[in-house]
Design a protein. Structure first.
Length: 258
């Protein structure tokens, strides 16, 4: 195996330095082709060589910086695209959870409505009577408070219902017969379950809207990532040769002769 080609291919800096030395050695001949009068002004010829080399090196450095910036931007946009994908999957998980919750609240609401129907039937076969003694009133009051407190502890009623029952507000009447009080509690539970289902349905709709917005962002960032990767690839493959064309040499040499 030839040692020199192997060394040049495995050592990029060696290859670059060899190329630059060959270029410097051949440059005077190129300059003479570009401007024959250069043979009479060797000092200016050297200055022209230096200027062109400097311009070329500056162009290479500028291209390197632009390529590095394009690569960094492509990496940042790619990371944004990955985060957008994760956001879509996260929103989809939330939507599925909210849909499950909406279904569960529907079932509990319907179960509460069935309890109301049974409670209404039980109350229809009972002849309620008015409170006749303070002790009976106190017992009915304790029964109401206990029933509401138990419903709150089960999660069938909000905590505000207990405060309203203790204060005798919002339809909570301690003078009612216990069966009537149970029916009032069951109706309040059904109403609360209906409200919970409405809230869960609204949350499911909001989660779906969030998915649509996340999909729009994901698609946009995907397109931006593809475009940024394409630009970065163009920067990597762009050759730096414009400073070595014959018109450029003539322009530089003409400037030196002026």
């Amino acid at each position: 195996m030839n040692f020199l080609p192997q060394t040049l291919l495995s050592e990029p800096m060696t290859l670059l330095m060899t190329w630059m030395l060959l270029l410097v050695a051949a440059f005077p001949a190129v300059m003479l082709l570009a401007s024959p009068q250069a043979v009479h002004r060797p000092g200016q010829l050297v200055m022209a060589v230096v200027d062109v080399l400097r311009c070329h090196l500056e162009a290479r450095e500028q291209a390197r910086r632009e390529a590095a910036a394009a690569a960094r931007f492509a990496a940042e946009v790619k990371a944004s695209s990955v985060r957008a994908d994760e956001a879509v999957r996260f929103r989809q998980d939330l939507w599925r959870e909210s849909g499950q919750h909406a279904g569960d609240t529907w079932l509990t609401w319907q179960a509460a409505e069935e309890q109301v129907v049974r409670g209404r039937a039980a109350a229809a076969f009972t002849a309620p009577w008015a409170v006749r003694t303070p002790a009976e009133y106190a017992e009915r009051k304790r029964f109401l408070h206990r029933s509401v407190r138990d419903a709150v502890h089960r999660g069938d009623l909000p905590t505000a219902a207990l405060a309203a029952a203790l204060a005798g507000r919002d339809g909570w009447d301690p003078q009612l017969h216990p069966l009537e009080q149970e029916l009032v509690v069951l109706r309040a539970v059904a109403e609360h379950r209906r409200w919970c289902h409405q809230q869960a349905t609204a949350a499911e709709g909001t989660a779906w809207d969030d998915i649509q917005r996340a999909v729009v962002v994901r698609d946009r960032t995907r397109a931006e990532a593809v475009a940024a990767a394409h630009r970065a690839a163009q920067h990597r493959l762009r050759p730096i040769h414009e400073h070595w064309t014959l018109p450029a040499l003539r322009l530089t040499w003409g400037h030196q002769l002026a």
